[in-house]
Structures are given as structure tokens and as C-alpha cells.
Design a protein around this ligand. Structure first.
Ligand code: GTP
Ligand code: MG
Length: 421
């Protein structure tokens, strides 16, 4: 872990996550290889000529089983890590511009947006290697069937499907080659307006527990509503210190009025009060980096080349820069949070497996050593018996030389007999 840090410091925020992910995957590949080697070694010991006796065979079998379980555990963790994404969830009242802001970040009209209640269920956008986008309904009773996605209209119909429950999500797999953001394992989640549906804790349990950053898309033409505040209070109760950004969207409307500065100041005060005092999620200094005044509509129009802003429209240029500043801070926070939380549990498990494997190998080494010592002890005893025998033989030769007759022959016969034995 220590070795990773210097190079990662220099990496751009989103690349940092990809680097940690790829290092973690490499480490787990190595771990799986060595676990498989250990498993192979143990399984061959069963056939070893010196492994005899039920107890020893049972010991080898038990250890092989333990290592096999570690192999599948490590493979499972590697699979989870390979699917790890950095997740941003957007919430806010209906028509505040959640889908519009997501499209602006994607630099493409991926999600449907419009007047009225447009997004009726959770919808996430993830990168796909395929050339055409497709969607998938993911829910308790869905089989993850792939549905073709060629137009936003199709997605509108899918999102307004009555059968979808709060736990379901429409996952849009959008070609990575179209959106730079999606190349970095970022998942953007759009949600229905929190003022319309009676949201349940299900929303938080199913879609928010693994979120790295939340974006509250507020309407700068009005003020933060109780429904929005209540929702985030519940989020803050369930997740300790959630990262929340507030986008005061539709800022193109009040920005042109005479009261713009006063309205902006009011919004800042209220948002800071909400983040710092009510949610207690950040200190005042951090809160200043969490509140932005933007126009999602202008951003998406500019980025999809529908409409460019005039360079003499200073306020629009300011909103453009503010949207870019928001993105930069959001992505920095996203990557920092994801690197910190998305791997630690699995890396910890990996460390436990390595420690246990090391301990097991030490035990086996100890057992082998004990076995070797026992063999050596037997050999020493043998050597001592042979030495005694040789002494006895020499004594008998002396007797043979000193005495005559049948007694001598009898003694030689005894020696020959002993030697044969
Ligand atoms: P639901 O999905 O219905 O909850 O709404 P939403 O929050 O996703 O809003 P959506 O992105 O669909 O935008 C609603 C309408 O507001 C659309 O017509 C957008 O074009 C418009 N809109 C979004 N952002 C802005 C903005 O910054 N300024 C202005 N003027 N209009 C905006
Ligand atoms: Mg929407």
C-alpha cells in the first residue's frame, strides 16, 4: 500500500481510482496464483509415500480444503474489485434539472429531461465497451435482460414503466468512447423527484449506501424545500458524513435580475447552515467548496453544440466556469472518497488470507521438521545398537582366540546369527 502512494499523488483525480483498482487486481492475481500453488502442493502431499496413517492424511485433506476456500474467496474479491465504480447520486425536487446536469457532465443527451415529472424511477449511467448503448432493468424480480437503446424516447418509456418499484433501477450502458467521464469507472445515478414519490428507506438502502458523493440539485429560483432537507437528513443518519454538493441550478434565471447578488448571498447562507449546522456533514471551510451556482441547461447546450454562449455575456461565461469548478471539486472528492472506502474492506480480507496462509505454511514446515527430527532420532538409535554389536563381536573374537574347541564354534555361530538379524 505504501509503495502505491508517491505515484498516485501525482495522478489526476479519476486516474487515481483506476490505478489503485489495477494494482489491487494485480495483487489479487498474484495472491490467487500462490494460493493455487499451495493448494496443488498440499493435494500432491496426499500421494507422498511418507504420508501414511489416517491422521496425517486427514491433516493434509483439511489443509487442502482450507486453501481451496481461500482460492474462491480471493477470486470473489477480485471479481468485486473489478466491478467497483465511483458512484455519484443526484437528488432534488422534480424539474430542478437533475437529468439535465447529468447530461451536461456526460456531454451528451443520454437521459430524458423535460417539463413535468420525467424521471419516474432510479436510472444509472455506466460506461460500456460496446459501440451501441443498451439498457438493463435491475431489480429484485428482473433478470438483467439487455434492451436495445437507440433513442432517448425509448428510455422515457422505460423510466415511466408502472411496473418499476422503488428498488428497481434502469441501468444505461453508454459507450465509453462517447463520454470521457465513463472511461474512468464513474457511475452517475439519476433519481425521481423527492417531492413526488413518497420515498422510502428503500431508496437509501438500495441506491445510496455505496454512493461516494451526493449532489443536491436545488432550484435557485426558490429556496431549499423541507422535502429536500428531510431526505438528506435521513441520508446523513444512515451514512456517516456523506459528501454532499449543492448545485443551485437554473442560475441563468435569477442571475440577470438586479437582486442576483442578494439572492446568491441568501442561498449561500442557507446552504451553509444546512450542510454545517443541520447535517453536520462538513465544516464551514469545506462547505464553501460544496455550493455552486450553475445552469445545467446552458452547460448541456454548449457541450452538445446545440447553442454556444456569447463571449460578451459575462454572466454566462461566469456560469460556465462555475460549472467547471463544480465538476473539478466533485471529481476530486469522488476519487478521494472512493479510493478510501471502496477497497479497504477487501484489501483487509486479502491481508487476512495472506497472514493465514503464512501461518499454515509455518505449521506445515514445523510438522515436517518434527517428522525429520523423529527420523534422525531413529537413525541415532540404530547407529548406537550397531556400535554395541560391533563391541560384542570383538569381545567374542577375543574369547575365540583365548579358548578352544566347540565353545568357540558355538560363539561364532551366535555372532553370525546376530549379524544376520
Ligand atoms: P424530474 O426527472 O422530472 O424529476 O426532473 P429533473 O430534475 O430531471 O429535471 P430535468 O433535467 O428534466 O429539467 C426540467 C426542465 O428544466 C427541462 O425543460 C430543462 O430543460 C429545464 N432546465 C434544467 N436545467 C435548467 C437551467 O439551468 N436553466 C433553465 N432555464 N432551465 C433548466
Ligand atoms: Mg429527471
Amino acid at each position: 500500500h505504501e509503495h502505491m502512494l508517491p505515484s498516485l499523488h501525482e495522478a489526476r483525480p479519476l486516474e487515481r481510482f483506476a490505478q489503485v483498482k489495477s494494482k489491487a487486481l494485480n495483487i489479487f492475481s498474484t495472491l490467487i496464483d500462490s494460493l493455487k500453488q499451495s493448494e496443488h502442493f498440499l493435494s500432491t502431499q496426499r500421494r507422498h509415500p511418507k504420508i501414511k496413517g489416517d491422521l496425517l492424511i486427514q491433516l493434509v485433506d483439511d489443509n487442502t480444503k482450507v486453501v481451496s476456500e481461500w482460492v474462491s474467496q480471493a477470486a470473489g474479491i477480485k471479481d468485486i474489485i473489478s466491478r467497483r465504480q465511483m458512484k455519484i447520486v443526484f437528488f432534488g425536487r422534480t424539474s430542478n434539472g437533475k437529468s439535465t446536469c447529468i447530461n451536461a457532465m456526460l456531454r451528451e443527451q443520454v437521459l430524458p429531461s423535460g417539463f413535468g415529472h420525467t424521471t419516474c424511477c432510479f436510472c444509472s449511467v455506466v460506461g460500456s465497451e460496446e459501440r451501441e448503448g443498451y439498457m438493463e432493468l435491475v431489480g429484485p424480480s428482473d433478470k438483467g435482460e439487455k434492451l436495445p437503446l437507440t433513442s432517448v424516447d425509448q428510455l422515457v418509456n422505460a423510466l415511466q414503466d408502472d411496473k418499476l418499484d422503488a428498488g428497481s433501477i434502469v441501468r444505461v450502458h453508454w459507450p465509453k468512447e462517447h463520454c470521457e467521464l465513463l472511461r474512468y469507472d464513474v457511475e452517475l445515478v439519476d433519481s425521481p423527484g423527492i417531492d413526488i414519490d413518497d420515498y422510502t428507506d428503500d431508496w437509501i438502502d438500495k441506491h445510496c449506501l455505496d454512493a461516494d458523493v451526493f449532489v443536491l440539485v436545488a432550484n435557485s429560483e426558490s429556496t431549499l424545500m423541507r422535502a429536500e432537507k428531510r431526505f438528506f437528513s435521513t441520508v446523513a443518519e444512515r451514512l456517516s458524513s456523506p459528501n454532499i454538493f449543492v448545485l443551485n441550478n437554473r442560475w441563468d434565471m435569477p442571475a440577470a435580475t438586479k437582486e442576483a447578488a442578494k439572492i446568491r448571498h441568501q442561498h449561500i447562507e442557507r446552504c451553509q447552515e444546512f450542510l454545517v449546522k443541520e447535517l453536520k456533514s462538513v465544516d464551514l471551510f469545506t462547505a464553501k467548496e460544496r455550493i455552486y451556482f450553475v445552469s445545467g441547461k446552458e452547460a448541456v447546450e454548449r457541450r452538445t453544440s446545440v447553442k454556444q454562449i456569447s463571449s460578451v455575456d459575462n454572466l454566462a461565461v461566469e456560469r460556465k466556469f462555475e460549472f467547471e469548478r463544480f465538476e473539478l471539486k466533485l471529481l476530486e472528492c469522488l476519487s478521494t472518497s472512493a479510493v478510501r472506502t471502496k477497497f479497504s474492506k477487501h484489501i483487509q480480507k486479502g491481508v487476512e488470507v495472506v497472514d493465514s496462509l503464512e501461518q499454515l505454511m509455518r505449521e506445515i514446515e514445523q510438522q515436517a521438521e518434527d517428522h525429520l527430527k523423529a527420523l534422525l532420532r531413529d537413525q541415532t538409535e540404530c547407529r548406537e545398537s550397531l556400535r554395541l554389536m560391533e563391541e560384542r563381536r570383538l569381545e567374542l573374537i577375543q574369547v575365540q582366540e583365548g579358548e578352544a574347541g566347540p565353545l568357540l564354534i558355538q560363539a561364532r555361530n551366535i555372532v553370525c546369527d546376530i549379524c544376520r538379524r
